[in-house]
Design a protein around this ligand. Sequence first.
Ligand SMILES: *[C@@H]1O[C@H](CO)[C@@H](O)[C@H](O)[C@H]1NC(C)=O
Ligand SMILES: *[C@@H]1O[C@H](CO)[C@@H](O)[C@H](O)[C@H]1NC(C)=O
Ligand SMILES: *[C@@H]1O[C@H](CO)[C@@H](O)[C@H](O)[C@H]1NC(C)=O
Length: 388
Amino acid sequence: MKMTKEYRIKLNLANSCIRLCLVVVLVVLASLTIPSDCFRHDDHYPKTIAALFVFGDSLIDPGNNNYINTSTRFQANFPPYGESFFKYPSGRFCDGRVITDFIAEYAKLPFIPPYLQIGYQYQLAYGANFASAGAGALVETYPGSVVDLKTQLWHFNEAEKLLRSNIDRRGAERIVSNSVYLFSIGANDYSSYSRNSNIFKSFTPEDYVAMVVGNITAALEVIYKKGGRKFGVVNMPPLGCVPASRAADLAAGGTGECNGQMTALAKLHNVLLSKKLEHLQKQLKGFRYSYFDFFAVFVDLLDNPSKYGFKEVKSACCGSGPFRGANSCGGRWGIKDYELCGNPQDYSFFDSGHPTQAANQQFAELIWAGPSNVTGPYNLKSLFQLSL
Ligand SMILES: *[C@@H]1O[C@H](CO)[C@@H](O)[C@H](O)[C@H]1NC(C)=O
Ligand SMILES: *[C@@H]1O[C@H](CO)[C@@H](O)[C@H](O)[C@H]1NC(C)=O
Ligand SMILES: *[C@@H]1O[C@H](CO)[C@@H](O)[C@H](O)[C@H]1NC(C)=O
């Protein structure tokens, strides 16, 4: 049969219609299967998708400071950082993984890279890490050199907007309410205060602590208002017990024991922080939290090193001077010469102010599933599993 021109055109139109319909059907089918199921607000939402959003300082910064213009002092992107795990300096102040790397693993989430890493923004459904080494709860702590807590919150705000545009509004709301928000911040506020390098040095310790804790709880409230419900908060460890503080105590004529002003500030901080959290739980409907008593765990570790598998809990693995407490690990900041141990797994401190990967793993395990004498009212695992 000879096709007329008219018939051919009709056939072509019909063909493109079929193709178009097929595409529409495929798109509809695709949207009904796995990918969007993860983000829908229906019953199929897998509980394991509870995401993790992290706010804090060098204890949990996975390398955000690699992406800001700052001093080497606030970066760890040179050897020997990373030597035990990544085999390259990732920017973590550690020989390997930090606490939140382990937590993401326990929560069956993918590895969570720094939020500021280019291109990362598309995996936000699993969470994000906004932490920045040197950051404090106060914007006055190392201003211009770090991503302070206020800016970290602003980054969360950006992330949440992206989630809303990448997924649908209700899917994004579901992620926000089901996620866990982990905070570990304040140590840098106290170290700059006790070195008298803070503009608030005329404040009494009590007033200063109230300001730091006030800014942390204000951050929790900001996220609560956005729909966040599950919060993890790490308290202050005995700050006088880090090698840098012991060395400073020795230099000031002390004995290098760790009950100086820094530890006193940490104690004040913890009393106020736990009170404020109890208060928030009473005040805010649906607010759930996990408070980790880092202080108690650290004291237990210092008193019983072998129980945690350590041989050395006072001196750092990497650094110089007494307790290897000079901030010289890697030789990029002031002092060029430094010592490096060959067995970081036997040490609780890697450098003058940061735990080894081995210590981070133990802290992460206790944050995740620790007993009620170290974490409560929830541990992080039960917060992740909680369906609201
Ligand atoms: C980085 O900071 C330094 C010191 O504050 C400044 O001189 C320099 O111009 C900055 N570089 C960029 C690329 O912003
Ligand atoms: C937060 O810190 C600022 C100083 O950066 C202080 O003026 C303010 O009162 C603090 N906020 C709270 C709620 O404590
Ligand atoms: C918590 O209790 C366990 C025993 O259940 C004990 O081994 C551990 O030392 C306690 N932790 C602290 C920090 O007191």
